[in-house]
Design a protein around this ligand. Structure first.
Ligand SMILES: Cc1cc2nc3c(=O)[nH]c(=O)nc-3n(C[C@H](O)[C@H](O)[C@H](O)COP(=O)(O)O)c2cc1C
Length: 169
């Protein structure tokens, strides 16, 4: 029985968050598969799902949106959690930021149990257009790494506990 941890990420920071989550699930004794959302062909046989997406322009990463549409209703009876990553400040840690509209749609499609927002990362070392935008946004004080690995790992441990207790009934 395997937990699928899938993500939509352009700059790699959401992928890294998904990796931390998968590590914690693994440490709790759960088998996990970590995958980019657009590389998942089928969801049969997974015990649970964690789907994460970077936020861009008020929306959810396209790969995660497509995943939710493609596999809508396919996790019936199996627990699903979503996370968003984006804010380039401490608001995600200081307050409980609700899902944006597209994340809400994904929650409904996948009948998710919960959603959490984590801070994001944007650094000027990013490649291509992301680096260009980051260099511009740096002047406005909107760059840096606002992810909080401890909070993320604690959230993952909570999920692991729920999955494990569902197993034992
Ligand atoms: C063009 C652009 C638009 C963004 N829009 C949002 C947004 O609407 N809301 C938000 O919270 N973060 C926004 N961000 C921040 C990203 O979500 C953040 O950098 C995130 O960590 C990127 O994840 P990734 O590295 O996995 O792609 C934006 C970043 C860029 C470059």
């Amino acid at each position: 029985m395997t937990v699928l941890v899938a993500y939509g990420s352009t700059g790699g920071s959401t992928a890294e968050i998904a990796g931390w989550i998968a590590e914690e699930l693994g440490a709790a004794g759960l088998e996990t598969r970590l995958s980019a959302a657009d590389a998942v062909d089928d969801v049969d046989g997974y015990e649970a799902l964690v789907l994460g997406a970077a936020m861009y322009a008020g929306g959810w990463h396209a790969d995660a949106r497509k995943f939710a549409k493609q596999f809508a209703g396919r996790f019936d009876g199996r627990p699903v959690w979503l996370f968003s990553s984006g804010p380039l400040d401490h608001t995600a840690d200081d307050t409980e930021l609700p899902p944006n509209h597209q994340a809400e749609v994904a929650m409904q499609l996948l009948q998710a149990r919960g959603h959490v927002t984590f801070g994001g990362r944007m650094t000027t070392e990013a490649h291509g257009w992301l680096g260009f935008v980051a260099r511009r946004m740096e002047h406005e004080g909107h760059s840096g790494d606002f992810r909080n690995p401890e909070r993320i790992r604690a959230w993952a441990r909570g999920i692991a506990a729920e999955i494990t207790s569902a197993r034992t009934g």
